[in-house]
Design a protein around this ligand. Structure first.
Ligand code: SF4
Length: 210
């Protein structure tokens, strides 16, 4: 699906979960994220071995890898790393992240991403996805996420909000912490007031030359 048709991607949901302003930067300003070495490594083709413990646990009868899905209703598309179908006909989504987990477990933006894939699976296969998994390569851990109806409805509202930001071309206010801005690959375009003086210079120098 293309942007011309008014579709957004699941990565936009992930970005919104990190900071809604990223949606404005990518879709209205058309600026791309500064790609770090870790991100380049993460974009490499996923190996089935990464989720071997999950396969051993679920014993799926079918595995789709890098499956493209879309929804006409939500105008949303995405490529899920893995969709596993068990012998009980349970549909499970899984993502591989070249990063570490959050202190409390799965990162919030990754939960939203899994819930967005669950919505796409529902629309394409007619199956409710009740749980997903994230494999964090830095930690070497696979973590489970319960994908509740409330979380999926929350993601539907986020999808609506993303379309609205793109349509209105109005920059969302900064509602994230300075730490998050420091680790954001879009800070050079954003120049948030949350990052001022020396802190902003440090963030910019970590992202390389403009
Ligand atoms: S630098 Fe901060 S405010 Fe700007 S997009 Fe990134 S996280 Fe959001």
């Amino acid at each position: 699906m293309s942007e011309e048709l008014g579709y957004i991607k699941v990565v936009d949901v992930k970005h919104y979960g990190y900071c809604p302003r990223i949606v404005y930067i990518t879709h209205v300003l058309h600026c791309d994220e500064v790609v770090s070495e870790a991100m380049e490594m993460g974009s490499e083709r996923h190996e089935a071995g990464y989720i071997a413990p999950l396969i051993a646990r679920l014993k799926p009868v079918k595995i789709f890898r890098e499956l493209k899905l879309d929804s006409d209703r939500l105008k949303l598309s995405g490529v899920v790393d893995y969709l596993l179908i068990t012998d009980l006909d349970e549909y499970v989504v899984a993502e591989v992240k070249w990063s570490e987990k959050a202190r409390g477990g799965v990162k919030f933006d990754h939960k939203l991403q899994l819930a967005a894939y669950a919505l796409l699976v529902k629309e394409n296969f007619g199956k409710d996805v009740k749980r997903g998994f994230v494999y964090y390569r830095v930690d070497g851990k696979i973590l489970e996420v319960f994908l509740s109806g409330g979380l999926k409805r929350f993601v539907e509202r986020i999808v609506e909000e993303i379309h609205r930001i793109i349509l209105d071309e109005k920059m969302p206010p900064v509602k994230v912490t300075e730490t998050r801005c420091m680790n954001c690959g879009f800070s050079r375009y954003c120049k948030p007031s949350a990052l001022s003086g020396e802190v902003y210079k440090q963030a910019r120098s970590r992202r390389g030359p403009e």
